[in-house]
Design a binder for this molecule. Structure first.
Ligand code: AMP
Length: 237
């Protein structure tokens, strides 16, 4: 590489562009080939900031407390590690689930279940959205076969826990998505009851747009030494 003299006689080095921050790939963040392939097919070229921050600790099994709004890519940030930790699903026990995602509304339950289904299709993962207003008989039939991931509103999840049609003994990960919304909708007691029914050694993930004091109290009670992430709404890419 030779230095050349510029027009004003100043020595100039050839221009080399060094990126100020190299964005890691999904692979470098620890995702396996099946999930990386699924993301490629969906056109996800690079991880968003929340995915960059959340994937490594979540894949390592740590608890996580994330302050992030919708539109930041937070669904993939919690869903991909959850799928990675499931591995290739083995034999499913009747009424059991390995991962439970709690969300405030039926719309979000359907949306998150659909996203997890798309990401996990190659892994053969089964996902079930559970919300009020759906015929319970139909939900029971699917639950009986055992489901890898349940995405539920808290009221309906608690309903099934009480009927023993949802068993959490083998649960590995629980996610509280839009936790502030769930508290605003009056689900605080339901959330406490559900978390009480999960195994001690589970991984707990909590995402919220805001952190009111009673949510902070809930997080202190139920999360163990969590990784903490805050992503501003405009910081999407
Ligand atoms: P969310 O904040 O989870 O509601 O995601 C917002 C939107 O961003 C959804 O339509 C996702 O499919 C999309 N999305 C999430 N992560 C990525 C990514 N890494 N690259 C491109 N799109 C993404």
């Amino acid at each position: 590489m030779s230095l050349r003299s510029g027009a004003e006689g100043v020595l100039q080095a050839p221009t080399v562009t060094i990126p100020s921050e190299t964005i890691p790939t999904f692979e470098q963040l620890g995702l396996g080939p099946d999930l990386v392939e699924a993301l490629g097919a969906l056109g996800y070229e690079e991880p968003t900031p929340i995915q960059r921050a959340a994937l490594p600790p979540l894949i390592a099994g740590k608890d996580l407390l994330g302050i992030a709004a919708t539109g930041t890519g937070k669904t993939a940030a919690f869903s991909l590690p959850l799928l990675q930790r499931l591995g290739v699903p083995g034999k499913r026990e009747p009424f059991s689930t390995s991962a439970l995602v709690l969300v405030p509304t039926r719309e979000l339950a359907m949306q998150v279940a659909e996203a997890i289904h798309r990401y996990g299709q190659k892994l053969g993962v089964s996902v079930l959205p559970l919300y009020g207003g759906q015929p319970i008989g139909q939900q029971l039939r699917v639950l009986k076969r055992g489901v890898d991931v349940v995405v539920a509103t808290p009221g309906r999840a608690l309903d099934h826990l009480k009927r023993q049609s949802l068993l959490l003994d083998t649960l590995r990960t629980v996610v509280l998505d839009e936790a502030d919304e769930m508290l605003d909708m009056g689900f605080a007691e339901d959330l406490e009851a559900i978390l009480e029914a999960t195994p001690e050694e589970r991984q707990t993930v909590l995402f919220s747009a805001t952190m009111p004091r009673r949510l902070d109290a809930l997080a202190r009670r139920h999360l163990r030494d969590p990784a903490r992430i805050t992503i501003a709404k405009e910081q999407v890419q």
